[in-house]
Design a protein around this ligand. Structure first.
Ligand SMILES: NC(=O)c1ccc[n+]([C@@H]2O[C@H](COP(=O)([O-])OP(=O)(O)OC[C@H]3O[C@@H](n4cnc5c(N)ncnc54)[C@H](OP(=O)(O)O)[C@@H]3O)[C@@H](O)[C@H]2O)c1
Length: 285
């Protein structure tokens, strides 16, 4: 096996997603060669086809690992164990895993990585602020109403820019090996608070409605949301959002030596970039 050098690329698995594309952009801005690990990468990387993993890892010096669809699903720990073993066999020792707070399967996946013998770092995150601007909830914000099966549970939403900064520090700098950084925003907000902040930043008239889990699941089935996704959201809303994560953590400060970005800054910047602009306006999320 050739020793890895600083000209070897870093594999960014999920490099077209919310966190991965930010990690890839930061690495590229520093002149670090990047290989995108996704079904559209070259070579392609597919979580459902382990034969694609070694070719994607070959010749890389480190990897950022964002699992799809979610580290909370059954099978995620086994996939992370196999990926870590494939990475070590390819000579890629530095592995940075994106994880979720308060999720049993995610914690088992973390343990698999820790036991693998890799030089690991884990960024264990709260709910992403960008779920409202780039993912699940964006369409609902655009429709003016977000109806979710949550009440007044509070969540310290984390900005994906902070996650990417921490992941890049772990990929490029010494001193982050063997560290588990719990990344949260600086403030606990209810989902109603978050929607109100987006309403103020975007100038949109937005309503948050708390619905029952049964009604929410029924509406997802009606919208033909795939069954696995309905199950995942049901798990996240009924088990993970039960208050267990309603506390702040100091991971951003530990990893980066600064405070995390507040939700209002996220909402202001996303609005300014056109995340919630009307459909006929140019959108730069
Ligand atoms: N959202 C949250 O609030 C939250 C909180 C904590 C932790 N997390 C964790 O974040 C992770 C998701 O990260 P993210 O939000 O940055 O990503 P994302 O925005 O959900 O993007 C998904 C990425 O996965 C790729 N992908 C989809 N299917 C794939 C497949 N079969 N094989 C390989 N790649 C595939 C996509 O690229 P292509 O389509 O090009 O393949 C894309 O790059 C999950 O593991 C979740 O547990 C999320």
């Amino acid at each position: 096996m050739l020793p890895m050098t600083s000209t070897d690329p870093i594999l960014v698995i999920g490099g077209t997603g919310k966190t991965g594309r930010r990690v890839a952009a930061r690495l590229a801005a520093r002149g670090v060669p990047v290989r995108i690990g996704s079904r559209t990468g070259t070579p392609p990387f597919d979580w459902e086809d382990p034969t694609t993993w070694a070719p994607a890892l070959r010749g890389t010096r480190a990897a950022y690992i964002s699992f799809f669809p979610d580290l909370a699903v059954p099978g995620a720990p086994a996939a992370i164990a196999e990926l870590a073993s494939t990475a070590l066999a390819a000579g890629t020792r530095r592995l940075v895993l994106l994880s979720g707070r308060g999720e049993e399967e995610a914690e088992r996946a973390e343990q698999e990585l820790i036991a693998s013998g890799a030089d690991w770092t884990i960024v264990r995150c709260s709910w992403f602020s960008q779920n409202f601007s780039e993912d699940h909830f964006h369409d609902h914000v655009m429709a003016g109403e977000l109806a979710l099966p949550v009440g007044d549970v509070r969540e310290p939403f984390i900005d994906a820019d902070d996650i990417a900064d921490a992941a890049v520090a772990a990929l490029l700098e010494h001193g982050h090996e063997g560290e588990l950084y719990e990344l949260t925003g600086p403030r606990l907000l209810t989902f109603a608070d978050a929607v109100a902040a987006i309403g103020r930043a975007s100038g949109r008239d937005l309503t948050f409605v708390s619905v029952s889990m049964d009604d929410y699941a029924a509406s997802m089935v009606e919208q033909q949301v795939p069954d696995e996704y309905v199950q995942l959201l049901t798990y996240l809303f009924t088990e993970v959002l039960d208050g267990r994560n309603a506390h702040l953590a100091d991971g951003v400060r530990r990893a980066l030596g600064r405070e995390p970005r507040d939700f209002t800054e996220f909402a202001r910047d996303a609005a300014a970039a056109g995340a919630w602009a009307s459909d006929d306006a140019e959108v730069v999320r």
